[in-house]
Design a protein. Structure first.
Length: 597
């Protein structure tokens, strides 16, 4: 199989718990292997093969006590005696999976399935691991094969529906679950998965009905309770969401799942404005149990909030998505003040931000960071032209909020902290003045990734029509990626969105900052572009979903001066928001025109 893609940065929203079920090393699974090995022991008379079977029985016994390393060692010894044993390859695959040696586990499962092509359990185990690692097409084939041989399997049905949901095939996922629920509606697991299909589509209120049913059938079902917390938080019901989260934590034992739920807890605490506790809890994002955690490779000691920073030599790493990285850099002026004139600060930033950040903080050393993935883990280091200097302290930038942003009062009187190139700002002002008279408004309307989970945070483009009809306003495209379809839709409606020439809106972020600073207003959901614009001092009106944690418990975006938030009442409920936005833009434009006159 090909190498898996590097994990994406941690999302800004609730991360779902793994809902692909099944454990290749469960008591029942190991019991089946023991029975198969006992039968194989009786069926063979060859001395080497009998010895191999005995080693495998010892390996399974070790795995029953969770000693997977011992199990792997014994299985390898068995394979030296009998390379043609499908059972041996299956046992090895299970031990390697449990040891999180996923590439070895995949190879072993494939060898086992080749030798035992009719074994449903091997196909299901391999399908589940392939699904976990993102090999969707391979996983689907294996799960369909396993389900054809065992059509009543709740486990395989659930996993297939999860795969279909994650691929965006919502109708197929619902039908897969519905077919089994029609026979037996008493399975809490399937009601829970059905609820996640709806949340993935942004149907939060409807999904709660299915999570309620799952919890009625099984009040101890912690994942369903956590999923209900997700839905409640997304609807703005933070109090009940926190109660569900605390209850879910009582019923979860897997360390990675505990950490995932604590991530949700952190985001909810931050959302309601409890920044002191929220950012402390948010440190869980670096737990090694999380597949998306980042390991920072550098010298020195990890910074702590009570450290004396005066005169320190420190490196700070950008983290999370690009928009979050920009937002978190709002603490750099506070950090520099704490370090004093003798402090030496290095910022490791996303490579596209280097010139903009360097100009914004001229006394700071700015270098790009680089990340590599191995076995599903992400490591990040700073890239220097020569040898890396020795640092006393290091920190991810978001962790600095634990000292400099412990309450909403710490956002008082925010100032622009990014400095676009003055000559490029002047250039764009000249260009914009030549297009047409009147105010110029930049706009973004989508993310570069618009899968089911992500798409619920963005309004459909056709809903922008009332805004685009505002008289006297020239709208400017700031949307990176392919926008040809949307621009053609606008033209067909008799509307025009001007695209700036000679600028790569995705990669030339220094130029994006300059163009944004030359505009009169920026419209759009929070993303890299709008954060760069707002941090550069451009007025930004953001379209916010009910769970936008970057509002920090306020009705706006306190990180940025002049920023406003227009909240949707629920996911997908953009009509009224866009109507309000259109009205506000019209009033603003009229005021700008009167002031000019």
């Amino acid at each position: 199989m090909p190498a898996a893609a590097p994990p994406a940065p941690l999302p800004d929203v609730f991360k779902p718990l793994p809902d692909v079920v099944g454990d290749a090393a469960s008591t029942a699974a190991l019991g089946r292997l023991s029975r198969d090995l006992a039968q194989a022991d009786r069926a063979t008379s060859a001395k080497a093969r009998r010895k191999a079977v005995q080693l495998l029985r010892s390996a399974v016994a070790a795995m029953r006590t969770h000693d997977y390393a011992k199990g792997a060692e014994l299985t390898l010894a068995a394979l030296e005696l009998d390379q043609s044993s499908g059972l041996a390859w299956h046992v090895l695959a299970i031990s390697q999976e449990k040891l999180q040696n996923f590439s070895h586990a995949l190879n072993a499962y494939e060898a086992a399935l080749k030798l035992l092509p009719d074994e449903v359990e091997i196909a299901a185990d391999l399908g589940r691991l392939a699904q976990r690692l993102g090999y969707i097409e391979i996983a689907e084939k294996l799960l369909l094969k396993a389900l054809a041989r065992n059509p009543g399997s709740i486990e395989i049905t659930n996993n297939l529906a999860c795969l279909q949901r994650d691929r965006g095939d919502y109708a197929d996922a619902i039908e897969t679950i519905r077919a089994l629920l029609a026979i037996d509606p008493s399975t809490a697991l399937l009601w829970n998965t059905l609820g996640t299909v709806l949340t993935d589509q942004g149907e939060m209120a409807q999904s709660i009905t299915f999570f309620d049913e799952a919890l009625r059938l099984d009040p101890t079902f912690a994942k369903a309770r956590y999923n209900r917390a997700n839905a409640r938080q997304s609807l703005g019901d933070s109090t009940q969401a926190l109660l569900d989260i605390e209850q879910a934590l009582l019923g979860i034992t897997d360390p990675s799942e505990i950490d995932t739920v604590n991530m949700a807890k952190a985001m909810t605490q931050i959302f309601v404005g409890d920044l002191r506790e929220g950012f402390e809890t948010y440190e869980v994002r670096f737990s090694r149990t999380l597949s998306t955690s980042v390991h920072f490779v550098t010298s020195g000691r990890r910074w702590a909030p009570d450290d004396d920073l005066a005169g320190a030599r420190m490196i700070v790493f950008g983290e999370q998505g690009l928009g979050d990285e920009v937002m978190f850099f709002s603490v750099v002026p506070d950090l520099l003040e704490a370090m004093g004139p003798t402090g030496e600060l290095t910022l490791a930033v996303e490579r596209r931000l280097v010139p903009l950040i360097q100009r914004s903080f001229p006394g700071v050393t700015v270098v790009p960071h680089h990340s590599v993935s191995f076995e599903g883990r992400l490591a990040r280091r700073a890239v220097f032209q020569g040898d890396e200097p020795a640092f006393e302290l290091w920190s991810p930038v978001g962790s600095l909020y634990r000292r400099f942003r412990t309450g909403v009062a710490d956002f008082a009187n925010p100032q622009p902290y990014l400095v676009p190139a003055p000559d490029r700002v002047a250039h764009w002002r000249t260009v914009l003045d030549q297009i047409a008279p009147g105010p110029k408004v930049g706009m973004v309307w989508k993310s570069l990734v618009m899968d089911g989970m992500r798409a619920r945070y963005f309004s459909a483009f056709d809903l922008w029509k009332p805004v685009l009809e505002t008289p006297g306003v020239t709208f400017v495209n700031l949307q990176y990626g392919d926008v040809s379809t949307e621009l053609e839709m606008a033209r067909e409606a008799g509307l025009e969105i001007w695209s700036p020439p000679g600028i790569d809106l995705k990669d030339d972020l220094d130029e994006v900052a300059a163009l944004s600073a030359a505009l009169d207003l920026i419209l759009g959901q929070p993303n890299a572009t709008t954060n760069i614009a707002a941090a550069s001092g451009a007025p930004w009106w953001g379209l916010a979903t009910p769970d936008d944690w970057t509002c920090f418990g306020t009705d706006g975006y306190p990180t940025y001066r002049g920023a406003r938030a227009f909240f949707a009442e629920g996911f997908g409920q953009w009509d009224s928001v866009m109507a309000t936005l259109a009205s506000e833009v019209a009033a603003w434009a009229s005021s700008k025109t009167r002031n000019v006159a």
